[in-house]
Design a protein around this ligand. Structure first.
Ligand code: CO
Length: 161
């Protein structure tokens, strides 16, 4: 088994699927923990700030992200609060290589999720951390940042992405 996953890029249909919830009992198994380690390592090698499981061909509701100074695992994430005020950020995506653009998203969110130890957790995230969590959660619903871009800043959108 290779130590990192290949990254799935557009126009792969699997990037457009709704991913399924993770069974809580599965989280603490060695197989699942090894998957999380490999996904984390893949994000590091690819130099991403976040990566969602569908980006490596696994359509389950999991993402990894660097939040603050920590790399954290989010399983079955849901947003319980989203601010009306928005923040505009230039986004890119490992699955959409070479393309960047401006996206507006809620500036502050509350996210509930299960952590990598199988514990229920909640975080309040602001600004870039909130943007990353929303970008990654969108992947779990088959949504890509290019769907929300107001202005492309670099690269061109291929047809039928
Ligand atoms: Co992405």
């Amino acid at each position: 088994m290779s130590d990192i996953f290949p990254i799935v890029t557009i126009p792969a249909p699997s990037l457009r699927e709704r991913s399924i919830e993770v069974d809580k009992k599965e989280i603490t198994t060695p197989k699942f923990q090894a998957f999380l380690d490999k996904l984390t390592k893949t994000m590091g090698i690819a130099d991403g700030v976040g990566i969602a499981a569908p980006q490596v061909g696994i359509n389950k509701r999991i993402f990894i992200a660097n939040i603050g100074h920590e790399t954290r695992t989010f399983i079955n994430p849901i947003f319980t609060k989203q601010s009306d005020s928005l923040v505009e950020t230039e986004e890119g995506c490992l699955s959409v290589p070479g393309i960047f653009g401006m996206v507006n998203r809620p500036k502050k969110i509350t996210i509930q999720f299960i952590d990598r130890h199988g514990r229920q957790a909640e975080m309040i995230l602001k600004n870039f951390d909130a943007v990353v969590a929303q970008h990654e959660t969108d992947h779990l619903d088959g949504i890509l940042f290019i769907d929300k871009v107001t202005d492309f800043t670099r690269g061109q959108l291929p047809i039928s992405s």
